[in-house]
Design a protein around this ligand. Sequence first.
Ligand SMILES: NC(=O)c1ccc[n+]([C@@H]2O[C@H](COP(=O)([O-])OP(=O)(O)OC[C@H]3O[C@@H](n4cnc5c(N)ncnc54)[C@H](OP(=O)(O)O)[C@@H]3O)[C@@H](O)[C@H]2O)c1
Length: 269
Amino acid sequence: MTASSYGLRGRVALITGGTRGIGRAVAEAFAGAGALVCVSARDAGEVARVAEELGGVGLAGDVGDPEHPEELAEFALRAFGRIDVVVNNAATNQPYGPLMDADPDAWRTAFTVNVEAPLRLTQCVWRAWMREHGGSVVNVCTEGAGHVGPNVGAYSTSKAALLHLTQQLAGELAPGVRVNSVSPGLVRTEMARFVWEPGEADVAAGLPLGRIGEPADIAQAVLWLASDRAEWITGADLLVDGGTRVRAAYTSGGYAVHERLRSAMPPRP
Ligand SMILES: NC(=O)c1ccc[n+]([C@@H]2O[C@H](COP(=O)([O-])OP(=O)(O)OC[C@H]3O[C@@H](n4cnc5c(N)ncnc54)[C@H](OP(=O)(O)O)[C@@H]3O)[C@@H](O)[C@H]2O)c1
């Protein structure tokens, strides 16, 4: 076993939102460690392209569609005969804005995609494989779930629920299945482009570790947490944020991320 394979060679990892950003980096990291990967996302062309690039398989679909998690679990099992790791990564940052203006349907969709879908997929994989054979689940939450911020009420509240779901499932599925989360700070992806692109240097200067995150920073944490190297860890949240949470002891300046969230809008999907 090499340091970077973490004993994952021949294991099967299912990654939602695996076509770009953090999910793509996670899928790449698993493939690089010798695992077989199954990716999902809504854009069928991207799913096919990434699956082929990584020597894995992929299924297009929306995690918010109640049928999709079951189809995904069955698809991965048919393709590889086992599912050792689930990474619930796909998410939405809509509806954006003050909660008093939030459309209840959009709010519900945020919870469907960010909370219900991870539960449904975990249920399907548990019933189909992990209950009998064990495994590991990693949910991608956010550093922002630990505090409030401008305009991200629906997103952060749903991610806080995902964090709680992680801990609840960790207790319920032990000892066979470990359930943990990784909470990224600001990472260079499409979802967060509206935050980091307008003034990356300002944001980076306010972070103790001096730069925004790269998708690979998060992927390495997910890989390790999913692997047997973390075999005595369940119900944990691994913060990968460049020191965002401890910035008050580093600088007396304002928080540039919140300034961006106040003044910019993510593009509507
Ligand atoms: N970037 C950050 O700064 C940051 C910080 C904290 C937490 N996070 C979390 O990290 C995770 C990944 O975010 P990211 O920044 O990498 O986003 P991203 O670059 O926008 O990528 C999102 C991925 O998820 C897929 N996806 C989106 N909605 C989906 C849906 N309803 N069903 C199925 N697939 C869907 C996308 O493909 P399609 O569009 O084709 O579906 C894409 O593959 C999310 O959970 C996010 O909340 C990100």
